[in-house]
Write a protein that binds this ligand. Sequence first.
Ligand SMILES: [Zn+2]
Length: 235
Amino acid sequence: MEITSLADLLDVQDLDLQIDRLLEKRQSLPELAAYKAAHENEQALNAELDSAASELKVLELDFDKSEGELQILEIKLKEHETRLYAGGMSGRETEHMRLEVQSLKGQRDALEERVLVMLELLDPEREKVADLKARIAEIGVEKAAPEKRIKAEWKQIDGELARKEDRKKEALVPVPADLVEMYEKLRHSKEGVAIGRYEHGVCGGCHMALSPAEEVEALSAEIPRCVHCRRILVA
Ligand SMILES: [Zn+2]
């Protein structure tokens, strides 16, 4: 293995570690936690609003229907009363009409009672919906500032990431494919550090010393690896 390939791989790793740090920074912006908390809160409130709004709709439909029924009942009652007080009916007919008016009045009173109960339910439900809408709007305002900062920071980080990725691609050109594969596997299992410099008898990856015999063994391999941590060594 040519030493230049291994040295190039050190450059690649340096870029990879910078990319790792940028990705870490991207995911741990201080504004992100506040934004996420606000967003989750907003979603929960939106779910609450959906159910409150559909409950309100059912109540309003029921209320409108009862009001319509009440109007029809009032008209019918008025007609019957008009006929009753106009006179000109037989005793039996008058008695029948009187009973009819009485029954209609009973129905009207019961329906009025129901409408009143509905009104008592409607008001708090309307307030609940209005309150939820106001809270959601507040969160929207709360979210706007961190959202703006996050977008600006991400734009900058993504620009840097793209530049690093380009440089990594260039640095990878002279490195043989099988070495790249070994490097990627090791990076995955060795906390991002697949390759280290071998200086003064010490592995730059695990910082452990190699005995003279271990050094000879390690450095005579096609791809030198640390006997302790198996990372690739650049002597
Ligand atoms: Zn080592």
